[in-house]
Design a protein around this ligand. Structure first.
Ligand code: CA
Ligand code: CA
Length: 344
C-alpha cells in the first residue's frame, strides 16, 4: 500500500467511513491491486470481520446516507427483507452450467447477495427463465432505481426483466446489462403509482447468447423500492364467510400493529382483503372489502395508525391468489388479509 493509499485509508477511518470500498464501489474495478492490498491491510491491522466482508462485497452495514443496509454499494432501505424470498420456477436454458460444468442452484438466488469468492450463483443458460417472488416485501416504484439484479459473471449478459402483481399478467420492464456486478432497473413509466409487485421474471436474452456458457449468472434480486408486506391468515381473523373479527383476532394482529405504531414520517398503509375462488366473484369481492375494512376499523379504534400515515383499504376478491387454488391447502393460503407499508 502506497503512502497516498494509506493516507486515504486513514482519512476514511477518521471520517468514520469503511475504507475497504469506495462509496460508489469504483475501487473494486478501477484499482484491483489496491483492493487486494486493502483486504490484507484491513485483516492484519484491524482483524475486523465486517471489514473483510465489505471488501468481499457483502456490505451488511448501514451507512450515514442509507437508512437500511448496503450491499455492494447499493442501499436497500428495508434491509435484508428487500430480497426475493421464494423460488417460483426455473427453466434452465442450454449451457446453464457454471465454470466447473455443474448446474446452478436456483435456491441460491434467494436472499441477499453472497460474499465472494465462493459465491453460489445460478447460470440462466441460453433462453433460461427464472421466476422469483417476494413474500415479506413487495416491489414498488420510487424515485430512481427500484430493482437490482446482482449478476456475478465476469461478462454480464443482457437479461430481460418482467414483473407481475398476480404471477399471471406480466409487465415487460426492459433489458438490462450491467457493467459491473449490479444491474439497476427503474420500473417508472411502466406501472401505476403505488402499484406493488411480488413476482419478478428474468429471461436470458437469447439473440446474443452465443457462448457455450449461456446467460447471466444470477446471485440475487433485490427491491430497493420496497414495501413491507405482512400476510395474515383469514382463518385466524374471521369465521367462514364472515367479515366480523373473531374475539381473539387481536392476537394475530399484535405484531403488525406494533410495526404500524412504530412508523415515522409520511407512509402509506394499505390493508388488502383476499379470498379463494370458492363462491361467485361478486360475493368474494364484497367479502374481501368488508374484511379489509373490519381490520382497518379495529386498528383505528385502537389508535394504531400514526397521524402521518395515509391508510387505504382495498378488496381484491379472488383476483390475486398466492397459489393456484388447486387444493384445500392452497385455497387456505389465498384467504388472507395483507398489510402493506409503503414509502409515500
Ligand atoms: Ca424479501
Ligand atoms: Ca423508480
Amino acid at each position: 500500500m502506497g503512502r497516498g493509499a494509506l493516507t486515504t485509508f486513514l482519512a476514511a477511518r477518521a471520517a468514520g467511513r469503511r475504507p475497504c470500498k469506495s462509496a460508489d464501489g469504483a475501487a473494486d474495478t478501477r484499482w484491483p491491486v489496491w483492493r487486494n492490498v486493502s483486504r490484507i491491510f484491513c485483516a492484519v491491522l484491524f482483524a475486523a470481520l465486517p471489514c473483510i466482508l465489505d471488501a468481499a462485497g457483502a456490505g451488511v452495514q448501514a451507512s450515514s446516507s442509507c437508512s437500511g443496509v448496503v450491499y455492494r454499494s447499493v442501499c436497500f432501505p428495508q434491509g435484508p427483507i428487500s430480497f426475493a424470498d421464494e423460488l417460483v420456477s426455473f427453466v434452465p436454458g442450454s449451457g446453464a452450467i457454471d465454470n466447473e460444468g455443474k448446474p446452478g442452484d436456483a435456491q441460491a438466488t434467494l436472499g441477499a447477495p453472497v460474499p465472494r469468492p465462493g459465491a453460489t450463483v445460478l447460470p440462466l443458460g441460453c433462453n433460461g427463465v427464472l421466476t422469483l417472488r417476494f413474500t415479506d416485501n413487495a416491489l414498488v416504484d420510487i424515485p430512481g432505481p427500484d430493482l437490482y439484479v446482482f449478476e456475478a459473471g465476469d461478462a454480464p449478459e443482457p437479461t430481460s426483466i418482467e414483473i407481475s402483481d398476480d404471477g399471471v399478467r406480466w409487465i415487460p420492464i426492459g433489458r438490462v446489462q450491467g457493467e459491473g456486478f449490479t444491474q439497476p432497473v427503474d420500473i417508472a413509466g411502466r406501472v401505476s403509482p403505488g402499484q406493488t409487485f411480488q413476482w419478478v421474471r428474468l429471461t436470458n436474452a437469447s439473440d446474443i447468447c452465443t457462448s457455450s456458457w449461456g446467460g447471466a449468472d444470477i446471485d440475487a434480486v433485490g427491491a430497493i423500492g420496497s414495501a413491507r408486506r405482512v400476510s395474515i391468515d383469514a382463518a385466524v381473523l374471521f369465521a367462514t364467510g364472515s367479515a366480523r373479527l373473531k374475539a381473539n383476532a387481536q392476537r394475530a394482529l399484535t405484531a403488525v400493529e406494533a410495526e404500524i405504531r412504530g412508523l415515522r414520517g409520511a407512509v402509506r398503509v394499505v390493508i388488502e382483503g383476499h379470498t379463494d375462488d370458492v363462491g361467485t366473484e361478486a360475493s368474494n369481492q364484497r367479502l374481501s372489502e368488508a374484511r379489509a375494512k373490519a381490520v382497518q376499523a379495529h386498528l383505528s379504534r385502537r389508535r394504531s395508525f400514526p397521524e402521518t400515515a395515509r391508510v387505504e383499504v382495498v378488496g381484491y376478491g379472488e383476483s390475486r391468489p398466492q397459489r393456484p387454488n388447486a387444493s384445500p391447502e392452497q385455497r387456505a393460503q389465498n384467504r388472507r388479509v395483507d398489510v402493506l407499508i409503503l414509502p409515500e
